[in-house]
Design a protein around this ligand. Sequence first.
Ligand SMILES: [Zn+2]
Length: 135
Amino acid sequence: MVRTANGHRIHSVTRSFPLPSVIRLNRYVNAPYKGVNLTRQNIFKRDNSECQYCGTKRDLTLDHVVPSSRGGQHSWVNLVTACKKCNAKKGDRTPEEACMELRRKPYKPSYALFLRDITGAHHNEWDEFLEVKSA
Ligand SMILES: [Zn+2]
């Protein structure tokens, strides 16, 4: 299946084809993609570089929602962006214990969230083929 890009066409010497903007494979061939790497930078990116407790974009670090000393995992769903102030205030407590509400539940991001960085562009006509996660 081929979706065309705004009616643009590709010309060869004797024929012309619609310029593809989306080519969907009918069968998935050897895709070794394993998911987005769990890194500090990628967690910041998922969280829009905002402290998930107070919303500031300054002085950011990572917070384990359930502290590692309490068995919290080093994982997408237990790590959030937090400013150093909130991180210190929360200390060795869960958000409930510290009475600090998370603005958004941490989640494992989809590939689509990072795709525009890889390609340098994001085309709306891709959305229906990608699992785009809205905030
Ligand atoms: Zn904060």
